[in-house]
Ligand binder design. Structure first.
Ligand code: FAD
Length: 290
């Protein structure tokens, strides 16, 4: 069963993102995180892929972790895969590895362009990766979307047209970039539906639990910060427990509003922090079955 098919006849889908352990850390450091996330019964868990400088040429632990999620934890895995620094041959090698490990769902991404590494030329956009994987066969595909528009795109309308190309190429499900203002997400979904994008769109929620994290995230993805949010960050700066609890409450508030408004799914960027994932999941547990 593909991830896209989980959305049929279901109330809100609830999923997590994890990232592989840092380079030189043993792979099994992820077990502790997964042990705790398993208890929270997510519908699926996605595993990031480091676009890095060498792309598929340097072996990534994504497939191994996705395989552990499936075999050891019996949870549906979604493997991220980027193409910006990969040749077609390198992508074929990753697809073979995924196929051999029984991984059927891929979040197909371009990846960020590293200013120090000229991108390879086989793939320019995620839609080309989707078309290529479709030609190889055997996978269901998801794509990324950007409620505030992708940072390289001139305007949100062009970005929606480009998103439509990604869906037309074969993305059956979309996961959004993080956002802190739900009205931005609702306007985006409206634009997407008007543009004829009918696939399920999950809302990406990042619980912000320390100031450094928010500064890094905003510099990476450019999410705008509502006044209510910056007031919270400034109010509790220097009080780590208070900021963590306020960040959790903010994310819960966003999720309750999204579910009330009929969102297809919530994708929680867990940052490998099971404590935060647990607090949030417990707060909304009864909403998941309505
Ligand atoms: P694309 O869909 O190719 O879009 C990139 C830009 O090109 C956009 O501005 C778009 O408007 C434009 N564009 C797209 N198609 C066309 C076209 N046909 N013609 C003209 N312009 C076009 N990065 C990682 O390295 N590893 C990860 O694991 C990872 N996971 C992510 C998960 C999610 C849910 C999200 C939202 C992002 C993730 N990223 C990850 C970041 C992502 O790689 C970057 O945001 C990257 O810059 C764009 O990737 P994309 O797949 O959205 O690219």
């Amino acid at each position: 069963m593909s991830i896209a098919s989980l959305f049929q006849n279901r109330s809100t889908i609830f999923s997590f993102e994890v990232f592989p352990p840092k380079r030189n850390s043993p792979i099994d450091t992820i077990y502790k995180t997964l042990d705790e996330l398993q208890d929270l019964k997510p519908d699926f868990i996605s595993v990031t892929y480091n676009a890095g400088g060498n792309g598929a040429a340097s072996k990534q632990p994504t497939c191994e972790i996705a395989s552990i999620i499936k075999e050891k934890y019996n949870i549906h895995p979604l493997a991220h895969l980027t193409c910006v620094n990969s040749t077609r041959g390198e992508i074929v090698a990753v697809l073979d590895e995924l196929r051999n490990n029984g991984i059927e769902d891929i979040l197909a991404l371009r990846g960020d362009i590293n200013p120090d590494v000229p991108p390879k030329t086989d793939f320019t956009h995620a839609s080309e990766l989707i078309t290529f994987i479709k030609e190889q066969g055997g996978f269901s595909l998801s794509g990324a979307c950007y409620p505030e528009g992708h940072c390289e795109c001139a305007d949100v309308i062009s970005d929606i047209h480009n998103l439509r190309k990604k869906v037309d190429a074969g993305a059956e499900h979309l996961i959004s970039q993080l956002f802190f203002d739900n009205s931005v997400f609702y306007s985006f979904v409206e634009r997407a539906r008007i543009a004829g994008i009918t696939v399920p769109i999950e809302a990406g929620i990042m619980p912000v639990v320390n100031k450094k994290q928010i500064e890094r995230m905003v510099s990476l993805c450019g999410a705008s910060l509502p006044h209510k949010f910056t007031k919270m960050i400034n109010r509790y700066d220097g009080h780590p427990d208070a900021l963590r609890d306020a960040g959790i409450a903010y994310a819960v508030d966003q999720i309750v509003d999204l579910i009330s408004n009929g969102v297809d799914g919530i994708h929680l960027y867990t940052m490998n922090n099971p404590y935060v994932a647990r607090k949030i999941t417990e707060s909304i547990s009864s909403l998941r079955i309505v």
